[in-house]
Design a protein around this ligand. Structure first.
Ligand SMILES: [Zn+2]
Length: 84
């Protein structure tokens, strides 16, 4: 069965990047999701520098996420990936 682009159940509202494996191996822990779900996650919303799990990314909007610090300047995705 082919997936119709109009019938995606995996619709993500908040774009996430996966924390590189090397990063995880260095710190040995995942961050706690920004939302109240309590999950540990290796996914980040790079524009706010907040950890967000995949489940919450589907049910929340970017506008609900505050930046980690008000002055945090959102990098482009490419810049963010380079800084890791
Ligand atoms: Zn969550």
């Amino acid at each position: 069965m082919l997936l119709s682009p109009f019938n995606l159940t995996e619709r993500i509202m908040i774009p996430l990047v996966e924390e590189p494996k090397e990063h995880f191996e260095e710190f040995r822990m995942y961050e706690k999701c920004y939302f109240e779900c309590g999950s540990k996650t290796k996914f980040w919303h790079w524009r706010t520098n907040q950890p967000i799990c995949k489940k919450c990314a589907k049910t929340h909007k970017v506008s609900e996420v505050e930046k980690c610090t008000p002055k945090y300047k959102a990098p482009t995705k490419a810049e963010y990936m380079k800084s890791l």
